[in-house]
Design a protein around this ligand. Structure first.
Ligand code: FES
Length: 571
């Protein structure tokens, strides 16, 4: 390698500074030749026992390290903030940006030449890629892999998707509490992340489609030996990438994002990918807008038959051929010449892919929906946009006019929803406010509000719901999300009142509040901004500086990057 490696600014030389950097590292058991100019590979580990989806990373990292060593690199692990979806309150999304800051500063401040990003649970993938993108060293993602299929009384059950379904069945009185508890133990059968096409599986697919993970990364189950082999190959490959100076900015082009958006449509991916990809693009300074999601995803058929849009799970997806087989099926819609971490193009990566089960990976003629992707709605209720996932919605509700039943906050919703006197029927539109980036805070996954018990008991299973929140990638329904600007900053959503008429027209991409402008102006004059619960510490900073959903909900001062120049000496 002709250029001087970044790590040699710490470990090279004979002066006192190099003495300090090397000597302390030697207490790890590293001999003199560990500092001879070989590439230092940082392994960014989101292991945490509070993030059960990533709790197997201590084992996985040993395979990564073996690969780095085999290729002649020096692997050094570093922990970062782990955003676990199932435990973190008030919502893991509040901490995505914090974790990304941790990742960025840890990479820039330490002697590393390349980075492996170990991600799994929903927010761990975007937070790591966002932080790494702001440094722009050679970087590669390895996902921890999905759990094995859930199995309950002979039936496959999926993380999240069946939680929502069973919970509604209990509230509707068609499932017992005892069976509900039994399903809880049958759902999570092995290490790994959610095995539906929720946000974790979607983001594992997105990094593969973007070209920043090795082919096959998305679908291999966490406990399959193929995952360990992929980890080893990832370790080997990053050492080569350092030699090639193959940095994120060379891969994360507009074409790469276009590929990812199209793949998201093909797999019936999570709506959460919208904010995450917009935020990643912002960090690497690649032009990407909310409207690109609509435009690029509109003609993509959903061909992956996985929950929540379809019936299978990630383990089945792996056996069917994984993401390369999906990408090959829609190859004519992709930029096949886009560069990837393999050093080859997308087209070369998927050329030999095979589909081993055409009921899991469908042919385009048998697609779940001809027009997958994410629809972006606009109108006086969402001047900066709102989104809906048509493949998870009820076709009959995609054009609907209904009377608003308004919940001012999530607590207001919880207090009212099962009130027998609530004036609501299946034609009503449920409106939830103050659950956006600033309002919740953190834009929680509460947009797929459970329906009122009295309607569930009548057999109603879907209604139009509108909010400034997100929803879990494992969820489903005619749910309008990410409404921008959000209610807490005075967006029109804040002005909706009980009984107002609202029109949803997904085909026409329209979301309209049927209230005249003079009345809206009166309501706007009366509106006062909600007072945040917390104004100090990180949450205070977040509420002050978070951007809206249509630009990725990053903190405004984190957009862009500061590169990976070697910082001033520490002593
Ligand atoms: Fe971690 Fe679903 S809770 S991926």
């Amino acid at each position: 390698m002709s250029r001087k490696l970044r790590s040699q600014h710490w470990f090279g030389g004979l002066d006192k500074d190099a003495f300090i950097h090397r000597s302390w590292m030697k207490n790890n058991g590293l001999p003199d030749d560990a500092f001879d100019g070989r590439p230092v590979i940082g392994i960014c580990n989101t292991f945490s026992e509070f993030t059960p989806c990533n709790a197997h990373f201590r084992g996985l990292i040993e395979h990564i390290k073996a690969g780095v060593l085999e290729a002649g690199g020096l692997p050094l692990e570093f922990p970062v903030f782990s955003c676990g979806e199932s435990n973190l309150r008030p919502t893991a999304m509040l901490f995505r940006n914090l974790a990304s800051m941790d990742v960025e500063e840890a990479i820039r401040g330490n002697p590393m030449d390349g980075v492996i990003l170990m991600a799994g649970c929903d927010k761990t993938t975007p937070s790591l890629v966002m932080g790494a993108a702001s440094c722009d060293l050679p970087s590669i993602v390895i996902s921890g892999g999905p759990m094995l299929n859930g199995r309950f009384r002979g039936q496959a059950i999926g993380s999240g998707t069946d939680v929502w379904k069973f919970s509604e069945d209990v509230r509707a009185g068609v499932m017992s509490q005892k069976d509900f508890m039994a399903a809880e133990s049958a759902m999570s059968r092995s290490p790994g992340h959610c095995m539906t096409m929720g946000t974790a599986s979607t983001m594992a697919s997105m990094v593969e489609a973007l070209g920043i993970a090795l082919p096959g990364n998305a679908a291999i189950p966490a406990v399959d030996a193929a995952r360990a082999r992929l980890a080893r190959l990832t370790g080997r490959r990053i050492v080569e990438m350092v030699a090639e100076d193959l940095r994120l900015s060379k891969i994360l082009t507009r074409e790469a994002f276009a590929n990812a958006i199209r793949v998201n449509g093909a797999i019936g991916g999570s709506t959460n990918a919208v904010v995450h990809l917009l935020a990643i693009a912002g960090r690497i300074r690649t032009a990407l807008s909310l409207d690109d999601w609509d435009r690029l995803g509109r003609d993509v058929p959903t061909i992956l038959n996985l929950m929540p849009s379809g019936r299978y799970l990630m383990e089945d997806f792996y056996y069917a051929g994984g993401l390369p087989a999906v990408m090959k099926e829609i190859a004519d819609l992709l930029h096949l010449d886009a560069l990837t971490v393999t050093g080859r193009s997308v087209g070369a990566n998927v050329a030999d892919a095979e589909n081993f089960n055409d009921d899991v990976i469908l042919s385009r003629g048998k697609a779940l929906t001809a027009s997958g992707g994410i629809a972006v709605l606009r109108g006086n209720l969402a001047p900066d946009g709102a989104i809906i996932k048509p493949s998870a919605a009820t076709p009959a509700l995609m054009q609907h006019r209904g009377r608003a039943v308004v919940f001012e906050t999530i607590d207001h919703y919880k207090a009212r929803i099962d009130d027998p006197d609530l004036d609501i029927d299946e034609t009503s539109i449920m409106v939830l406010k103050n659950c956006g980036p600033r309002g919740y805070p953190g834009m929680a996954e509460v947009g797929n509000m459970a329906l009122p018990q009295k309607l569930l008991k009548k057999g109603v299973r879907d209604m139009v719901r509108i909010s400034d929140a997100r929803m879990s990638g494992t969820a489903f329904g005619t749910v309008v999300l990410h409404t921008a600007p959000e209610a807490a900053v005075g967006g029109p959503l804040a002005l909706v009142r009980e009984g107002d008429w609202i029109e949803l027209d997904v085909a026409g991409r329209r979301l309209h509040l049927d209230v005249d402008e003079a009345e809206l102006a009166r309501r706007r004059a009366e509106w006062t901004a909600p007072v945040p619960d917390m104004t100090r510490g990180y949450q205070g900073l977040y509420v002050e500086r978070v951007m809206q959903a249509d630009t990725g909900a990053d903190l405004d001062f984190l957009v862009g990057g500061s590169g990976h120049a070697v910082p001033r000496e520490s002593h």
